[in-house]
Design a binder for this molecule. Structure first.
Ligand SMILES: *[C@@H]1O[C@H](CO)[C@@H](O)[C@H](O)[C@H]1NC(C)=O
Ligand SMILES: *[C@@H]1O[C@H](CO)[C@@H](O)[C@H](O)[C@H]1NC(C)=O
Ligand SMILES: *[C@@H]1O[C@H](CO)[C@@H](O)[C@H](O)[C@H]1NC(C)=O
Ligand SMILES: *[C@@H]1O[C@H](CO)[C@@H](O)[C@H](O)[C@H]1NC(C)=O
Ligand SMILES: *[C@@H]1O[C@H](CO)[C@@H](O)[C@H](O)[C@H]1NC(C)=O
Ligand SMILES: *[C@@H]1O[C@H](CO)[C@@H](O)[C@H](O)[C@H]1NC(C)=O
Ligand SMILES: *[C@@H]1O[C@H](CO)[C@@H](O)[C@H](O)[C@H]1NC(C)=O
Ligand SMILES: *[C@@H]1O[C@H](CO)[C@@H](O)[C@H](O)[C@H]1NC(C)=O
Ligand SMILES: *[C@@H]1O[C@H](CO)[C@@H](O)[C@H](O)[C@H]1NC(C)=O
Ligand SMILES: *[C@@H]1O[C@H](CO)[C@@H](O)[C@H](O)[C@H]1NC(C)=O
Ligand SMILES: *[C@@H]1O[C@H](CO)[C@@H](O)[C@H](O)[C@H]1NC(C)=O
Length: 517
């Protein structure tokens, strides 16, 4: 670790809990759900750690997010520290994405990264040339932070892209530099990003198959293992990192078929897939809206079905299945969907639903120039470093998974409402509910529709943490338990919780609640 972040000294030691006035009895109640959570979760339910809601940083933006030894990014440190303070453990950072595929390591380069953008509007550079100083970024986040490093995956011989030549040697060279510089903070490596989309492009021939990929992945992983420790197989790789799965056919590029083709637990520490709720590119006609993408649970569930299936299909291999890169809308997000309160409420519901499946962890992707970033780490385009609405979902979920040993069961699975039971070490501990009914800040606040949760007996004095804002279409005025995050990234305001009244809790349109027994 480098210098102590002076902002940390400003965090009050104990935040005084304040009991807030419950939502008034004049609320517009439109429906109710009577909840009967099972006393214990089903035995097959996966047990999750405190870092369930984790992050993925686009490779070329790592220096922005983390800084370096002389200039650590203190804003990022603060917002990660907030999460660590709540959960007891920092999130896990996967550093990768399509720019890892265009990164080349030069041992003699003095600059950390040379990554030119073609225009002010471009969201990714054409290439990222990195040197040894790039690795300093992987030592800046709060103590205990770990990283998954996304390696390049050029052709093993005669690679013409960036005149790499011997792509296998380049991959080993990069892995060796990362391994030695990052040390114990290195959780693992990925080799290539979304390679399932490569056949027929500039990186692999059209006849490149899943079997070819698995064979090549094994060759690269073996060469890295031999280089780093002299052994033939280190269990240090997160395999696949494929695009969102859309087929379970036996010929499809997916994690289950990759394992069948020879990706084994001797080297695969985990396998990962990616997912988004819609796309901000390659569509014709009307683009995605809040209502048709993130606030449509039928849409969300139809995409998540593949992760349910693939988590099941790979469980016997013993290789954990991870959602290694995800967010609201692909192609770096969509303004007024990805960067407003709607994304926050969606992310709470989405993460809780995934946690009920055989999905080990969820990594929310971000980049300096991306609309779906959880926070902006450096000033860009006249915008100062700040958290974005979806960061509040990370704070909320840090409360849900705090301390780890959590399992979840789905209680309500409607087209616009999700509720979940959360178990800690096998005991029923809390209930989470997310109300995905549209609610705009421009509507008359007293008309806001509320859903009643009827809690089981024994929950008479339950404590309610509320995630709310004036409307889902805006980014401002979001509070979690009465608190917000200021321009320095510090959680401010009195922490308030409500008490359930007569075993009832109200959840407004566009809100989420965490009810603790
Ligand atoms: C560290 O970051 C600062 C600020 O971005 C930069 O000026 C400096 O060159 C960096 N140091 C290295 C070794 O890259
Ligand atoms: C940055 O601002 C410029 C000027 O307003 C704009 O054209 C560009 O699209 C912005 N870039 C991004 C990545 O949003
Ligand atoms: C690489 O190129 C050299 C010279 O052009 C050629 O001799 C060799 O066979 C090529 N190797 C592969 C694997 O294509
Ligand atoms: C590992 O790779 C690095 C970088 O290519 C090289 O310098 C080193 O000699 C290799 N070590 C072994 C044991 O092969
Ligand atoms: C795949 O395509 C490449 C070039 O397009 C060709 O050289 C190679 O022979 C093909 N491989 C097979 C197995 O058909
Ligand atoms: C996954 O397995 C669980 C039982 O462990 C089952 O309830 C669920 O339906 C399965 N999902 C799919 C998509 O097959
Ligand atoms: C987002 O919403 C704001 C406020 O309504 C509007 O000014 C802006 O044009 C919208 N941006 C896009 C890309 O739709
Ligand atoms: C939730 O609903 C979806 C879609 O209707 C369905 O596929 C899924 O199995 C349901 N999940 C549970 C836990 O009932
Ligand atoms: C709410 O805001 C969204 C996004 O700006 C807009 O598309 C929608 O029409 C609005 N709905 C109402 C009822 O105002
Ligand atoms: C209550 O909410 C419903 C659903 O949005 C709405 O139709 C109704 O007008 C609201 N009622 C009042 C009294 O505001
Ligand atoms: C919402 O936030 C803005 C500043 O972002 C502030 O000026 C305004 O008073 C807030 N409104 C409410 C209702 O809290």
């Amino acid at each position: 670790m480098g210098l102590l972040n002076p902002l940390l000294l400003l965090i009050p030691f104990a935040i005084r809990p304040v009991i807030a006035t419950p939502v008034s009895s004049g609320a517009n109640i439109t429906r109710s759900f009577s909840l009967s959570p099972p006393r214990s979760p089903r035995p097959e339910k996966q047990v999750h750690d405190a870092d369930y809601h984790s992050f993925s940083i686009e490779f070329c933006y790592m220096a922005d997010y983390a800084g370096n030894d002389t200039h650590p990014n203190t804003f990022s440190r603060q917002v990660i520290q907030n999460l660590k303070d709540i959960a007891g453990k920092p999130p896990l950072f996967r550093v990768g994405g399509s720019t890892q595929n265009s990164a080349v390591y030069y041992p003699d380069q003095s600059e950390a990264i040379i990554a030119p953008f073609s225009s002010a509007a471009a969201t990714q550079p054409g290439h990222s040339y990195i040197g040894p100083a790039f690795m300093q970024s992987f030592n800046q986040f709060p103590e205990g932070s770990k990283y998954i490093y996304g390696l390049n995956f050029f052709n093993p011989a005669n690679e013409t892209l960036f005149s790499v030549g011997d792509g296998l040697a380049q991959c080993v060279l990069e892995a060796n530099a990362a391994y030695n510089a990052i040390g114990d903070a290195l959780y693992g490596f990925e080799i290539g990003n979304e390679v399932d989309g490569w056949p027929g492009g500039s990186r692999r021939s059209a006849n490149y198959t899943l079997q070819d990929y698995v064979d090549q992945w094994n060759d690269y992983a073996k060469a890295i293992s031999q280089n780093l420790t002299g052994s033939d197989s280190m269990q240090i790789f997160q395999g696949c990192a494929f695009e969102a799965p859309r087929s379970v056919a036996s010929s499809a590029w997916n994690v289950a078929n990759a394992e069948a083709d020879g990706m084994k637990s001797n080297m695969a520490k985990a396998v990962a897939d990616h997912e988004y709720m819609g796309a901000n590119c390659h569509y014709t006609g009307v683009g995605p809206t809040i209502e048709t993408s993130i606030f449509d649970r039928t849409n969300m569930l139809s995409r998540v079905w593949y992760h349910d299936y693939l988590g099941n299909a790979t469980v016997d291999s013993g290789i954990p299945y991870v959602l290694g890169e995800t967010n609201s809308i692909s192609c770096q997000g969509a303004a007024n969907i990805s960067d407003v309160m709607a994304a926050t409420v969606w992310a709470v519901d989405y993460v809780l639903y995934l946690s009920s499946l055989r999905v080990e962890r969820v990594h929310f992707h971000m980049g300096t120039r991306y609309a779906y970033r959880s926070w902006l780490p450096v000033s860009f385009n006249d915008t100062n470093p700040q958290v974005f609405p979806i960061y509040y979902a990370a704070l909320f979920n840090a409360h849900v998974f705090a301390g780890g040993h959590k399992q979840t069961e789905v209680l309500v699975n409607g087209s616009d409402f999700g509720a979940y039971a959360v178990y800690g070490s096998g005991k029923l501990e809390s209930i989470v509910a997310a109300n995905l009914v549209m609610w705009n800040s421009t509507s008359e606040q007293k008309a806001r529709p509320y859903t009643v949760l009827e809690l089981p007996s024994g929950w008479e004095s339950a404590k309610v943490l509320r995630l709310t804002s004036p409307g889902v279409e805006i980014a401002n005025n979001i509070t979690l338990a009465g608190q917000s995050v200021n321009e320095a990234g510090v959680v401010v305001g009195d922490k308030t919780h409500e008490k359930a009244q007569g075993r009832k809790v109200l959840v407004g349109a566009g809100e989420a609640v965490l009810v603790q027994k």
